[in-house]
Design a binder for this molecule. Structure first.
Ligand SMILES: [Zn+2]
Length: 282
């Protein structure tokens, strides 16, 4: 409900057409055929099962492919990525959203935080790319949401819940690095919401979610552009059709498969850290 009276030219101001902030043709191009060709004769080197309401961290060497698969039933996953040699460089969901849109699919990339700002991974296949946008404006694999966390739950529900994705990712990162939980918790960051079906309500702009259309056998596949450490949580929200931050929703495991390419894409250099000179006008 507006508190202020609209100015006389309110409609004229509203009628100004928007421009796209980062038009797709201005982004560095992705050679998808070369990446797809690099899958021929690949070898699966690891298969990792993420049990419901838990997370695991794992290494993804540069030039490898990895898939996140739905097994047994609809399930949402919360993905974090770090540069393996510097955990302060991590996935930047906000800039990825600005560059590619609220939901990502084949050909889109997951970008790292400033001052690095380089592609960490490129999406090479998405079995749910048929979904597009539904009548509610919702899509799959969002970079709008953050991750379910015990602090928000405490604030809103007044109770403690220990199996939120934030906590699962924190435990997984502590276990993987051998560092204390309090030390690694600040490294956990806003996620790629894998398989989650979400949107922004057209009237209010509020974040909405609905049961994921993912089914066993569905997957999203990535090419690791740099050496990565990743962590994936099987969200306590299950298909995120109703609630998370509780044990109420039916949950299923997720699987991660890592593949070594027999013929890595030729002539493909590792993305360098961003070349901005760093003066900041000082
Ligand atoms: Zn979650």
């Amino acid at each position: 409900m507006a508190v202020q009276a609209a100015p006389p030219d309110a409609e004229a101001r509203r009628a100004v057409a928007p421009v796209m902030v980062y038009p797709p043709d201005t982004l560095p191009s992705v050679d998808l055929p070369a990446l797809h060709a690099a899958r021929a004769g690949w070898t699966r080197i690891a298969s990792i099962r993420i049990e419901p309401r838990t997370a695991k961290a794992f290494a993804l060497p540069r030039g490898h492919f990895f898939r996140i698969l739905s097994v047994e039933g609809p399930q949402v996953g919360d993905l974090n990525l770090w540069a393996a040699d510097d955990l302060s460089e991590r996935f930047y969901s906000g800039k990825t959203r600005a560059l590619h849109g609220t939901h990502v699919t084949t050909g889109d990339r997951l970008w790292s935080t400033l001052p690095h700002l380089r592609p960490m991974a490129t999406i090479t296949e998405d079995s749910l790319d048929w979904y597009g946008r539904d009548a509610f404006g919702c899509g799959v694999h969002d970079v709008i949401g953050t991750r379910c966390d015990p602090y928000t739950h405490r604030m809103l529900a007044g109770a403690d819940y220990d199996r939120c994705c934030h906590s699962n990712l924190t435990r997984a990162l502590a276990e993987r690095t051998g560092r204390p939980r309090v030390e690694v918790e600040p490294l956990v960051h806003d996620v790629l919401n894998v398989f989650m079906c979400t949107g922004l309500d057209r009237e209010t702009g509020r974040y909405v979610m609905k049961a994921s259309p993912v089914r066993p056998g569905d997957f999203i596949e990535f090419f690791a552009e740099i050496d990565l450490l990743a962590a994936l949580s099987a969200c306590p929200g299950g298909d995120c059709g109703s609630e998370h931050s509780s044990d109420a929703a039916p949950c299923h495991p997720l699987e991660v498969e890592i593949y070594r390419s027999a013929r890595p894409p030729a002539g493909r250099a590792m993305p360098a850290r961003n070349a901005y000179a760093g003066g900041h006008g000082a």
